[in-house]
Ligand binder design. Structure first.
Ligand code: IPE
Ligand code: IPE
Ligand code: MG
Length: 258
């Protein structure tokens, strides 16, 4: 392939698309969208310009997911640890999300997309909560692509919340300790009714989980891009390549191959 030749790039994407359609697709793709800050720094821009560009990538990834017929796309938008960042960056990230929802929710709704939030919204201002709830309620009966937005989300906080709620229900005699099994526990997580991710992608060359979906990724296939693909660089080709990598894996779940 000649780098920089747009036609060749399109041809190659078409080829990848054909390949991807030949094998079973992941039902649930989860993504740690990482590297916006480094993308901006490389260009001498402010980190927030990287986050803004990251929204463009997200738009494309949603489009491709919808085209492929992927059922669940879970995106890590803001972690419980991201509050450690400067207030100006935290506010910019939240503003970008609200701006995105305000601008795109009608189009997503027309495409039958359902928006779900994983995480605790209490930490956000009333107007931010209203905007998010509006998008969730508007799309709540849609049956197409589910976009699960992990917002003020942390895997450990999620598990502790589940344990507390189970303890309360036992205390209130709604549950007996013997009722607690993996299925019941799963129903107390933010991801109740969402199947575990088949594929987890992290961009930017960081090979860690950073407190994302700790309980749910027990048997998820992990794909990490190298550091040359920061989130704003994650285009359709990179996404299709990650799915092809997933399709090449043998999932054994502790068993052996037939
Ligand atoms: C990911 O990019 C965006 C969020 C955490 C919301 P980063 O902001 O973490 O970018 P890097 O890792 O500093 O490059
Ligand atoms: C994970 O990325 C969180 C999101 C993408 C929202 P971070 O950039 O916060 O993770 P660390 O700090 O590098 O582990
Ligand atoms: Mg990061």
């Amino acid at each position: 392939m000649v780098i920089g030749n747009e036609n060749n790039h399109i041809d190659e994407t078409e080829k990848l698309l054909k390949l991807v359609r030949k094998k079973p697709l992941p039902v649930h793709v989860a993504i740690i969208m990482d590297g916006n800050g480094r993308w901006a720094k490389k260009r001498g821009l402010h980190r927030i310009a990287g986050h803004r560009q990251g929204v463009e990538t997200l738009r494309d990834v949603i489009k491709v997911s919808d085209e492929l017929g992927i059922k669940h796309l879970t995106i890590f938008a803001f972690s419980t640890e991201n509050w450690k960042r400067p207030v100006s960056e935290v506010n910019a990230l939240i503003d970008l999300l609200v701006e995105y929802l305000r601008r795109e929710v009608m189009e997503l709704h027309s495409k039958n997309v359902k928006i779900v939030i994983l995480g605790c919204l209490d930490a956000f201002s009333h107007s931010v909560q209203q905007e998010i709830k509006r998008a969730v309620e508007l799309t709540s009966n849609n049956t197409g692509l589910n976009i699960n937005i992990a917002l003020n989300y942390g895997g450990r906080a999620e598990i502790i919340r589940a344990v507390k709620n189970i303890a309360k229900d036992v205390y209130d005699k709604k549950l007996s300790p013997d009722d607690i099994d993996e299925k019941l526990f799963g129903n107390y997580l933010y991801t109740a009714n969402i199947p575990d991710p088949d594929l987890l992608i992290r961009t930017s060359g960081e090979f860690r989980i950073s407190n994302f979906l700790l309980y749910q990724i027990a048997y998820t296939e992990l794909v990490f891009t190298h550091s040359d693909i920061l989130w704003p660089d994650f285009n359709k080709k990179a996404y299709l390549e990650a799915i092809i990598e997933y399709q090449s894996r043998q999932r054994r779940y502790g068993g052996i191959n037939a």
